[in-house]
Design a protein around this ligand. Structure first.
Ligand SMILES: C[S@@+](CC[C@H](N)C(=O)[O-])C[C@H]1O[C@@H](n2cnc3c(N)ncnc32)[C@H](O)[C@@H]1O
Length: 332
């Protein structure tokens, strides 16, 4: 169901077929999570509930599903009826999963899944303002709270806008885009997605065959508005705290910037960064427990969608799944 990110997602989100909304890498996620009877699992990115449903169907377990978007409640209500007493939906940010679960008496879980980014349903609803395929108010807030894209586009300075497009959208001509926006808003406020896309396109004429030049800047704005990278970092740190020994973590990301954050976390918390070499004398003062590896890394450490899935759902081509097992934070 994911359709975001690098170069094709935002403008490619119009297909309404079931396949276009199908959860990406569902079998791989389930295979790694291996839900067991009596287990407690967190689906940190509930969306339409495809992952939650699969987990609940594969074992007699409990799922605590989190989503920051209140509009996902309607999907949660279906699962509450289907799996009474085994499914809990929580409106919130997975960055806060420790406190969200603690208030429900849960301090340790058997598995956590994060299917990062924006859902294809969020992209497909024009009024949510994530997409420029169809016109909508510039919003882009998953949680429907706080500053929206219209506020940022009309009030941020050139430097701040350029940083957003450069760092979160990987737009090489970020400053050009930022200047064009500031010039355009002096004539009239920028309120709609198609209006913004046209301003960006005019600043960056696209080369034939390339993706729409507005895609990168839209991605940058969305990541900034939703503080997506901060949430991933906090969510991964929270997962380490919540997973019991042998607990499993699965993270599906959709563009290289997201995946880089996950990879950096896995490598640092699995002891892969600065691994001990037999040619280097061992340190007398071993790392403190907090710095010791907390996860085992499997081989391979990441998976891509199968060719069978790609045939049915080309959107899966940018998905990368990384997985780890909690090792109780003990130096191996
Ligand atoms: C790609 S969709 C997940 C799809 C889901 N796996 C399914 O099977 O339907 C991502 C969802 O995660 C939510 N989300 C993104 N970042 C979040 C965060 N930091 N905290 C909670 N929910 C988040 C979005 O609102 C969206 O509904």
């Amino acid at each position: 169901m994911k359709a975001q990110g690098s170069g094709f997602g935002i403008q490619d989100s119009g297909r309404k077929s079931e396949e276009a909304h199908a959860p990406v890498m569902l079998n791989e996620m389930l295979g790694w999570l291996a839900p067991k009877d009596g287990g407690i699992y967190i689906d940190g990115t509930f969306g339409a509930g495809g992952y939650s449903r699969a987990i609940l169907s594969s074992a007699n377990c409990h799922v605590y599903a989190i989503d920051r978007d209140p509009s996902t409640k309607k999907f949660a209500e279906i699962l509450m009826q289907e799996f009474p007493n085994r499914f809990v939906w929580i409106l919130g940010n997975f960055a806060d999963m420790c406190s969200l679960l603690a208030t429900r008496g849960i301090t340790s879980v058997d598995g956590i899944v994060l299917d990062l980014g924006v859902s294809s349903m969020q992209l497909d609803i024009a009024e949510r303002g994530f997409s420029f395929r169809s016109d909508g108010k510039l919003d882009m807030r998953m949680s429907q709270e706080g500053a929206n894209a219209e506020d940022v586009v009309n009030n941020a300075g050139v430097d701040e806008l350029a940083d957003i497009f450069y760092y979160y959208g990987e737009e090489k001509m970020a400053r050009r885009v930022a200047r064009a926006i500031v010039a355009a808003r002096e004539l009239q406020p920028i309120t709609h997605t198609v209006q913004l896309a046209e301003i960006i396109r005019a600043a960056l004429p696209g080369k034939p065959g390339k993706s729409d030049p507005a895609t990168r800047s839209f991605q940058g704005l969305r990541i900034f508005i939703n503080k997506e990278f901060e949430a991933i970092e906090s969510g991964l740190a929270a997962s380490e705290k919540l997973l019991g020994k042998g607990g499993r973590l699965v993270v599906v990301s959709f563009h290289s910037l997201e995946d880089r954050i996950v990879k950096r976390f896995t490598h640092s918390r699995c002891g892969k960064l600065g691994e001990h070499s037999r040619h280097v004398p061992e340190l007398s003062n071993k790392p403190a427990l907090a710095d010791a590896p907390a996860f085992f890394l499997p081989k391979p450490e990441k998976l891509k969608a199968s060719s069978a899935e790609l045939e049915k759902n080309p959107r899966a081509r940018s998905a990368t799944m990384r997985m780890m097992t909690r090792s109780e934070g003990v130096m191996q």
